[in-house]
Design a protein around this ligand. Structure first.
Ligand code: GDP
Ligand code: IMO
Ligand code: MG
Length: 427
């Protein structure tokens, strides 16, 4: 059973990329299974800091084959920028990145529409990254999408297909009184990208199935997080893809029997970028402290992240949804240095104490957190000891989360670097 799945347990930016990179030496192939350029995945090595958006963040080990899976929506122009950036940092990308022919394409009109939809929401924008994700998935599901396989077609066919898809989008733009984009120009640009992209495009689902027969070990890398999932998240304040375990299978073409382990990544506190309910949000100095200490500014948009205490109600929901085997708890260093720390164990809703995560955004908005207060601890920034050597109060915090959520905390991260990682379980 060769696959490890990495999913975000909260509202994204939990440190998924750090964990993918950390575990990659024991895997051969990394597959990003959903999302697109809305993601910002950071890996820090001795060589420097790498920001991945669409390219899987397990790429930094030379033996690794990286795959952009069929569940993704790929922005080809942004892909080339990211590729260039990696090459300029000395990463050898030659033949090591493949893109699923079934992955959908994000085009310029999708980005324009993304922003128009946000304006149209008036006082209730989602806070989208503006990368065209929602409109591209809309086109996919309305069966008017354009897939990466298009680059394998003859030039005239590429031109016609792209032209007709852009004209479709233009009809929507017209409905929003926005000027149309030049379908001919965009179609020509796509024709011109044929020779660049054709070598990257592969039918990845059968390829991965064959790799499985050869005994290769897979890392399935999720983007965003369970609470941003299109079905299971805080709708409509979500992204447009399946960020949970189901998306890992549909978005790669592997199946449930291939899955060995599901690891949920959680920050030791909570952050959210964009709008939507966030019961444990701290709009005070503590929230500000967490933002500054944790450098909580978006990797993709630079926006400040909203910060708050760890939320067990949300975490338990997300853990059960994903059938987690382990939790990787990140940023334990950031939440050190406080006299006391709080963990939300229940919500109060309409005067009642609840421990079930409400799925209606307005209900979640109406929830007030009920906290358990624990003693804080100090952690040396250069800490390099074992779990048992951590301050007792830090361990109490970790074990409190583990018991309340009901999943073993198998990994602890206490710094962005690879070395600032503690493994409690088999890795
Ligand atoms: P992802 O989207 O889940 O991959 O997470 P991001 O890369 O967007 O955000 C996580 C940020 O926290 C990155 O800047 C990481 O380098 C950093 N990071 C990851 N783990 C730790 C940790 O344990 N401590 C600290 N201080 N930073 C961390
Ligand atoms: P990673 O993979 C955090 C949020 C946006 C917005 C909502 C919808 O780095 O964890 P979209 O552009 O998808 O239409 O935005 O989802 N969002 C993220 N928040 N981390 C991410 O990715 C995110 N990707 C999207 O801020 O609220
Ligand atoms: Mg991120």
């Amino acid at each position: 059973m060769p696959a490890t799945i990495i999913v975000g347990g909260q509202w994204g930016d939990e440190g998924k990329a750090k964990v993918v990179d950390y575990l990659m030496p024991k895997h051969d192939v990394v597959v990003r299974f959903q999302g697109g350029a809305n993601a910002g995945h950071t890996v820090v090595t001795d060589e420097g800091k790498y920001a991945f958006h669409q390219i899987p963040s397990g790429l930094l080990y030379p033996h690794v084959q990286a795959v952009l899976g069929n569940g993704m929506v790929v922005d080809p122009v942004a892909f080339l920028v990211e590729l260039e950036e990696l090459m300029s940092h000395g990463v050898n990308v030659e033949g090591r990145i493949l893109i699923s022919s079934s992955a959908h394409i994000v085009m310029q009109p999708h980005k324009v529409l993304d922003n128009l939809y946000e304006v149209d929401r008036n006082k209730e924008p989602i806070g989208s990254t503006g990368k065209g994700i929602g409109p591209a998935y809309c086109n996919k599901h309305s069966r008017k999408g354009l897939r990466m396989g298009v680059f394998r077609l003859p030039r005239e066919e590429i031109f016609e297909l792209v032209r007709s898809r852009v004209e479709d989008c233009n009809r929507l733009l017209e409905a929003y009184n926005a000027p149309p984009l030049s379908a001919e120009q965009i179609a020509t640009d796509f024709v011109n990208m044929k020779d660049i992209f054709a070598p990257f495009v592969v039918d990845t689902q059968p390829m991965l199935q064959e790799m499985r027969l050869e005994g290769r070990r897979f890392m399935l890398e999720g983007a965003q997080g369970a609470l941003l999932d299109i079905d299971h998240g805080t709708y409509p304040y979500v992204t447009s893809s399946s960020c949970t375990i189901g998306g890992a299978l549909t978005g790669s073409g592997l199946n449930i029997k291939d899955v060995e382990r599901v690891i949920g990544i959680f920050k030791a506190y909570t952050t959210r970028v964009g709008n939507g309910p966030f019961p444990t949000e701290l709009k005070d100095d503590i929230g500000e402290d967490l933002r500054e200490k944790g450098r909580e500014y978006g990797t993709t948009t630079g926006r400040p992240r909203r910060c708050g205490w760890f939320d067990v109600v949300a975490a338990r929901y997300s853990a059960r949804l994903n059938g987690l085997d382990d939790i990787a708890l990140t940023k334990l260093d950031v939440i050190s240095g406080f006299d006391t720390v709080k963990i939300c164990t229940h919500y109060e809703l309409d005067g009642k104490r609840v421990d079930r995560f409400p799925l209606e955004a307005s209900m979640l908005e109406a929830c007030t957190p009920i906290y358990e207060e624990l003693s804080g601890w100090e952690l040396d920034p250069a800490y390099s000891g074992s779990y048992e050597e951590l301050p007792k109060k830090a361990r109490t915090y970790v074990e409190y989360i583990e018991n309340e959520v009901g999943v073993k905390v198998g990994f602890i991260s206490h710094g962005p670097e690879r070395k600032s990682t503690i493994v409690r379980e088999k890795a």
